[in-house]
Design a protein around this ligand. Sequence first.
Ligand SMILES: Nc1nc2c(c(=O)[nH]1)N[C@H]1C(S)=C(S)[C@@H](COP(=O)(O)O)O[C@H]1N2
Ligand SMILES: [Mo]
Length: 415
Amino acid sequence: MAQRTTGTMPRRVALRGAGAMAAGAVLGAGRAAAETGDAPPPWMTEQGGLVAPYGSPSAHERDVIRRVTTARKLPSIVSIKTPLQDLTGIITPNGLHHARCHAGVPAIDPERHRLLVHGLVERPVSFGMDDLVRFPSVSRLHFLECSGNTSLYKDSEIKPGLTVQDTHGQVSCAEWTGVRLADVLAEAGVKKQAQWVLAEGADAAAMTRSVPIAKALDDAILAYAQNGERLRPENGYPLRLLLPGYEGNANVKWLRRLKLGATPFQTREETARYTGLLADGTALQFNFVMEVKSVITFPSPGRGPKQPGFWEISGLAWSGNGRIARVEVSTDGGASWRDAALQEPVLAKCLTRFRLPWTWDGGPALLQSRATDATGEVQPTRTRLIAARGANFYYHYNGITTWRVASGGAVTLAA
Ligand SMILES: Nc1nc2c(c(=O)[nH]1)N[C@H]1C(S)=C(S)[C@@H](COP(=O)(O)O)O[C@H]1N2
Ligand SMILES: [Mo]
């Protein structure tokens, strides 16, 4: 019904709506149309759709989705990556948070879920969810990154078809709410000899990791909520360990047991997996902190500049050591650098959004970002990182990423 009007809305159009409200809205659309001289768009001429009790994105955003990679034979063993190229700010919407599940998502009944605290404690305690939510709550914004994110040590991994979702999509950021692990441990009474805490998940993988007592008593959270609502099933519902800045794997989901001990427990995940194989054949264990890192999310593969002129380069920086202090951006492959603006808030162990105005001349460019954290650590070049760690290293890749912009605007991974 695209009817052109001058001044007043024709009566038959105004009366098409059911009832006075509808007629009023149509009349309003007619007035707006009269001022611009255009016919009102179809969505101004009738009542809109209904609102679902639990909302979901616009149908036009249907391509903004996680990418599921099933590395092995079982479809339940998955890496689900966040579409960083489509997100703004620093918060990852819950439906787009990355997820790594070693044995699928357990269907846990929160009424029956319990957390046992035992080992080197004065009094072993078993908590239900109702008991845990009675502790004083804490809410903090933190990134969560899988230590396997961006593993580009080998030249054969530098494939031009990869997007930033493929290379960096195993980092996300949420406001986590829960209780301080220190408060829960105090309830059980930590014995002096206790130096490590074993955390065990209630999934079929029974994921277990040893956490140093200092971390447990510092900023560790037993999280039950994520961005204001209860955890999503794939992110640990109803309870997960959140160790700010530590590699994803140690953030045990579906947490059911904490055992205090004098030494690390040497579980499969910290002996056979999640170690760093060095050039001399020895392995680095308990390499927890995710080092300073950044990546440009626009422009990035599939999201190139469409025509020469002004574009804002934008991306994300983070460090498991604390706040981001500085992000520099290069458009000439590292020959020259400019300081990017850091979007507030800039929080410790949290994603930080950076932005830099750029006038693209339409020619080839090599885009890089280099982050520095508050401890003075600077993100290394890929060459320096490989030289320092050797070719056998797999986890904790934080090298500078290079996007190649071709004349015409196509963007590909260059290094
Ligand atoms: N119980 C349990 N906890 C787990 C896992 C798991 O498979 N089972 N995966 C780990 C890995 S490898 C990572 S990277 C993080 C990912 O957390 P997310 O799925 O909420 O993004 O959870 C960790 N905690
Ligand atoms: Mo992971």
